[in-house]
Design a protein around this ligand. Sequence first.
Ligand SMILES: Cc1cc2nc3c(=O)[nH]c(=O)nc-3n(C[C@H](O)[C@H](O)[C@H](O)COP(=O)(O)OP(=O)(O)OC[C@H]3O[C@@H](n4cnc5c(N)ncnc54)[C@H](O)[C@@H]3O)c2cc1C
Length: 460
Amino acid sequence: MTDLRITRRRFVQVSSAAAALALTGTGGCGMKGSDRAVKIVVIGGGAAGLGVSSRLVRLMKKAQITLIDPADRQFYQPGFTLIGSGVYRPDQVWRRQSDCIPHGVKWVKQAVTALEPAKNTVTVSGGAVYPYDFLVLTPGIQCNWEAVEGLSQKTLGEGNVHSIYDFEGAQKTWRAIQAFVEKGGRGVFADTYTKHKCGGAPKKICLLTEHLSRKRGTRDSLKFDYFTASKALYDVPFFTPRLEQIYKERSVSVTTHTRVKGVDTAAKKVHFLRTETVKKEVPDPQTGEMKTVEASVATPFAEDYDFLHLAPPQSAPDFVRQAGLGWTEGKLAADAWVMVDKQTLVHKTFANIVSLGDATGVPTSKTSAAARKQIPVAVRNLVSLVEGRAPEAVYDGYAACPIVTDYGHVLMAEFDYDKKPRISFPLSLFDMSTESRLAWLLKVYALKPLYFHGMIPGYW
Ligand SMILES: Cc1cc2nc3c(=O)[nH]c(=O)nc-3n(C[C@H](O)[C@H](O)[C@H](O)COP(=O)(O)OP(=O)(O)OC[C@H]3O[C@@H](n4cnc5c(N)ncnc54)[C@H](O)[C@@H]3O)c2cc1C
């Protein structure tokens, strides 16, 4: 295990310098704005929507910018994992939304219920209709809890079924993890079959629980099993070998190709479907000759658990699907992720719409780290569109997932569309194919202030 012997004081110095570099480098300085008096509507004021709005307001002084979002609070969601493991208190991860909306932006505190891209209008829950010239689509992800039989957001915690994909759920998770580690038994951890926010989160909470049991001296009374719907534990080759090794060293079994179908909270049973691809001989409809085709076969089975942690299936919000803005073909179609060009983030059918953040349909990880790199690209391209020019800025698929491997270490996975490592300075000075203390310090102490004071106000 790599342990970079770095003091907290030294770390704060290094990260402040890096942050300062980043702040001066990417805050929109030097980016050309526009004087056109256009109407821009931003749907969703989370990581992506606020970051875009903050920059637009500085670059387009005459534009009328309206941000639509019903939320009272702005959550730093990467902190949910740290609430679920007792590192953060719940009150450390949120700010009042009213304090996060940039000056000069009109905030409509309602949910969007309908969107008519052919008419350039957005309808909100109160019935009011907002016309736009340009639209920024950043409503994040919809967690479809009910797609798991026997589960709902409200019943999280019942039958010891937990999820850090929910603010209250993360708090219940921490209480339950402590009891589980104390009492002993079998912990079952699972991800989901759809694309989901921070693919590393279900793995992190599993490893943190395992480490907690060792810290408390109860590891021998516990069993840990991880189930993934994917074909491998992780799919970024630079980081995967070390992560698989960690699971092996810590005796956490990994079962692939397996998704949660339902939960029986009374019996404490989780129902799974294991999907396999098999080869079948079938007659060719034209020639009648037998030919080999591949077919997917799902086998159901059930497992007992004492503690269960899962990620819910996820999709773009319903109004995106209903507006016909989601992908219509390919892997991203089933969950209606917004159909954008993966480099420019401009919608493929409606050239006055840009989309970024979790709702967008690009083949990379859904993380705020990805949104951070998408923001300047989307803003630059939106300004070009407003000015009647072709969008030129390019997003390369950068995403990052700090995989917390124990209390004190993080495997900082940073990569692009090609799944090549894209390690940021100053981490690039070290071997980041393995977990480190430095990345833990970054995760726990630096990323949250950078989110609230750098990314959301549009400087980082
Ligand atoms: C448990 C967990 C761990 C994570 N860990 C990490 C991590 O370690 N690193 C990392 O980079 N990322 C992590 N993430 C992911 C990160 O939080 C998201 O990728 C990021 O928040 C996406 O930003 P967004 O703006 O697209 O969506 P969000 O930040 O979710 O914002 C969406 C906004 O849209 C609003 N909205 C929704 N529906 C409507 C509607 N109908 N009308 C109007 N507004 C609407 C919402 O109220 C919300 O304010 C994690 C997430 C979770 C849940």
